[in-house]
Write a protein that binds this ligand. Structure first.
Ligand code: FAD
Ligand code: NAI
Length: 467
């Protein structure tokens, strides 16, 4: 096997494997290196995919138990946690194998091992058998992703004090689960275990959940999760955890300081964010600049300050989302191939896959206010949407923010059933620079949930019809 490549991609996650696919399509000879042993990165192995499998099955379980009897379907429901986990493992296995197939199809050599940049143009890989292979290349793409951000003085053992990885594989349903961090992971995995029977308490440092998402949506989101039984302690921090034989004793303190309190739990999930992962990569030695959060600094074309070294995905700035990594992969490889790839960051959707789902794209009201952009709002509740009624899922609303003068869509925020699918129309609208009137005047099939988005777009000009 030749050790000479056009491009070597370090990391086989959504950033890395999509870079390898695009490289193959553009006729570049590539290798994709991952130390994990199964390609697909965090997303396929311990992130997006296993969490969505558990979110789906736990939602079905709760619906079968609590919702179906209200809709005229009698059921007896019994949890088979091992069976649920088996479904998750099967899906992960199939998808990671699928990535290997795609790498092969696109003539990218898949290498399992730990990669280190020896110098620009040279990558050393420590293979599983202990040997080292030295590869030469014109370009190196760093796609090494991210890792769990630690909580000071709390050691994750992945059994009782877990990160998302441990929380995806608990062997029994904990009676009590304490989640630190009311972000994506805390609320998604907190929902999974609450549905399966845990008493879930979420401790959040800030005075709101899901920072970064539209404030009005976040408020409604917290209210709905609380109604489902999730407890919240906002403006609170965890300052210590003591492992006792029967339980964990967690010491809490108001975020602003003050009297401490104690709470007992069986499992503690640390979900306070993720940080870029570039350990042992040799980036700094090669002269590549990292920012103070450890992220690889690049220009808008994904070039670092060192000629021939590029970076994409979670290890550089921006939202830590699989599709953001994928979009950057395509743009970066196109730039390497002499084309002009770019990513429109205003059109990258974000989805929290709870029930109801929360989805957003573009600017929030808070962001528009902070830069003084004049905007109009259209809003429509799912209680007034016929399809939402038929599926007995009427919680939430859709909100369209449009430029006050030009009517261009600036942001769309949806909380409701299927929000993650509904948001895609809004992402497309922003991508093509559409006006809210374009959404309002586009025919939407009846009865669908998409009509809620259309009605909220109509609401921008005050002519929502079904309220
Ligand atoms: P990664 O997927 O992290 O891949 C990087 C790979 O590089 C890893 O496999 C690592 O082993 C490898 N690597 C690192 N260093 C080296 C080295 N020196 N040598 C060889 N290999 C190396 N995002 C979404 O968009 N939707 C979701 O629903 C979603 N759910 C998530 C759920 C959870 C629980 C978590 C933790 C994350 C979730 N994410 C989700 C985020 C998503 O997983 C990441 O944004 C995405 O995986 C980033 O892709 P990446 O290619 O940049 O990095
Ligand atoms: P997050 O950034 O979404 O949320 C972390 C939360 O923890 C924030 O609300 C933050 O204020 C809080 N926090 C920080 N320090 C704290 C402390 N000491 N005590 C209490 N609270 C504290 O991070 P999370 O949930 O860990 O997820 C990491 C990333 O993974 C996400 O930002 C997202 O990019 C990605 N992800 C995406 C998903 C999706 O797309 N559906 C699902 C899961 C993860």
């Amino acid at each position: 096997m030749s050790d000479q490549f056009d491009v070597i991609i370090i990391g086989g996650g959504p950033g890395g494997y999509n870079a390898a696919i695009r490289a193959g399509q553009l006729g570049l000879k590539s290798a994709c290196i991952d130390k994990r042993g199964a390609f697909g990165g965090t997303c396929l192995n311990v992130g997006c995919i296993p969490s969505k499998a558990l979110l789906y099955t736990s939602e079905l379980y709760e619906e079968a138990r609590d919702k179906l009897p209200k809709l005229g379907i009698k059921t007896t429901t019994e949890l088979d946690l091992a069976g649920m986990m088996a479904h998750k493992t099967k899906v992960v296995g199939e998808l990671t194998k699928g990535v290997e197939f795609l790498l092969k199809k696109n003539k990218s050599e898949a290498i399992v091992g730990v990669a280190r940049i020896a110098s620009p143009g040279k990558v050393e890989v420590k293979l599983n058998d202990g040997s080292t292979r030295t590869l030469e290349t014109k370009h190196i793409v760093t796609a090494t992703g991210s890792e769990v951000a630690p909580l000071s003085d709390v050691t994750i053992d992945e059994e009782r004090i877990v990160s998302s990885t441990g929380a995806l594989s608990l062997k029994t349903v904990p009676k009590r689960l304490l989640v630190v961090g009311a972000g994506y992971i805390g609320l998604e995995l907190g929902s999974v275990w609450r549905r399966l029977g845990s008493e879930v308490t979420v401790v959040e440092f800030l005075d709101r959940v899901t920072p970064g998402l539209d404030g009005e949506v976040a408020k409604q989101f917290q209210r709905l999760l609380a109604r489902q039984g999730m407890k919240f302690q906002l403006s609170t921090k965890v300052v210590g955890v003591e492992k006792k034989s029967e339980a964990l004793s967690v010491t809490l303190e108001p975020a602003a300081g003050g009297a401490q309190s104690a709470l007992e739990t069986d499992i503690l999930l640390v979900a306070i964010g993720r940080r870029p992962y570039t350990d042992g990569l040799g980036l700094v030695e090669a002269g590549v600049t990292l920012d103070k959060r450890g992220r690889v600094v690049t220009d808008a074309h994904y070039r670092t300050n060192v000629e021939g070294i590029w970076a994409i995905g979670d290890c550089r700035e921006g939202a830590m989302l699989a599709h953001k990594a994928e979009d950057e992969a395509v743009a970066c490889i196109e730039n390497i191939a002499g084309r002009s790839g770019h990513v429109n960051y205003d059109a990258i959707p974000a989805v929290v896959y709870t029930h109801p789902e929360v989805a957003s794209v573009g600017k929030t009201e808070e962001e528009l206010k902070s830069v003084g952009t004049a905007y109009k709002i259209g809003k429509f509740p799912f209680t007034a949407n016929a399809r939402a009624k038929t599926i007995a899922s009427t919680e939430g609303f859709a909100k369209v923010l449009a430029d006050a003068k030009a009517d261009r869509v600036l942001g769309v925020h949806i909380i409701g059933a299927e929000a993650g699918n509904l948001i895609q129309e809004a992402a497309f609208a922003i991508e093509i620079g559409a006006a809210s009137e374009d959404i309002a005047r586009t025919s939407h099939a009846h009865p669908t949930l998409t009509e809620a988005l259309r009605q909220s777009a109509m609401g921008v000009e005050g002519w929502a019809m079904q309220m």
